[in-house]
Design a binder for this molecule. Structure first.
Ligand code: GRF
Length: 222
């Protein structure tokens, strides 16, 4: 059987890049048998620590400072050009903190994914952990989804859920969600690279994967 060629991805970041690091650890140049090749790491902030992570791993990296462009459309066009020049077939948002224009999003339809630190469609936007605590939900988590123009919407590919503890703080909850993100993102991207994810009627269908059974209770009783 012929080996499937690797899915070429560009990863967009704005900051520390811990999710980027997890993707490098799973799919980076030294990983044998990876179904994914990271062809570009792009940051809108020249001082993003994630750029150092890319350099250290020997992955091409680039900063395109949004402040150097007159508007969002011009900035997005510059990014689009750099991404296409890299040969990327898919764009991965890993803590990219700029809103993208509808034009950019349309150009990468079903080839643009994001990770969000909440169980969508709950808690779109920022400060998700504080808002989850404030709402008193018993489960929180993270979501990997295809991107649509409306912020934090789009077909859901995978989610990780974790119980909220009575003594959780924004920090402790955020730390556990981030650990879950570092596992969920590679899992979701691997499913895509293996050709197991398709979008039908605005839902992502995942073929041929294992699904968790059972029911979780929180609290579990006395
Ligand atoms: C993550 O919580 C991610 O879900 C959100 O931004 C954060 C990025 O963190 N979109 P890092 O830069 O990957 O460490």
């Amino acid at each position: 059987m012929m080996a499937r060629s690797k899915l070429k991805i560009a990863i967009l970041i704005s900051g520390r890049g811990s999710n980027l690091q997890s993707l490098i650890d799973h799919f980076g140049p030294v990983i044998t048998g990876s179904p994914i090749e990271i062809v570009l790491v792009l940051s809108n902030r020249p001082d993003a620590f994630g750029l150092e992570r890319a350099k250290k791993a020997g992955i091409p990296s680039l900063a395109i400072d949004h402040k150097a462009y007159p508007d969002r459309a011009a900035f997005d066009a510059a990014m689009d050009q750099a991404i296409r020049a890299s040969g990327a077939e898919m764009v991965v948002l890993a803590g990219f903190l700029r809103l993208l224009t509808d034009g950019f999003i349309a150009g990468w339809r079903d080839k643009l994914v994001n990770i969000h630190p909440a169980l969508l469609p709950s808690f779109k936007g920022l400060h998700t952990h504080a808002r989850a605590l404030e709402a008193g939900v018993r489960f929180h988590g993270c979501t990997v989804h295809y991107v649509r123009p409306e912020m934090d919407t789009g077909p859901i590919i995978a989610q990780a859920a974790l119980p909220v503890r009575p003594d959780d703080t924004e920090e402790s909850l955020g730390r556990r969600v981030l650990e879950a993100e570092h596992r969920l993102f590679p899992l979701a991207l691997r499913l895509i690279a293996e050709g197991k994810v398709r979008v039908e009627n605005e839902r992502a269908i995942v073929d041929d994967a294992a699904f968790a059974g059972g029911v979780l209770f929180n609290p579990m009783g006395s």
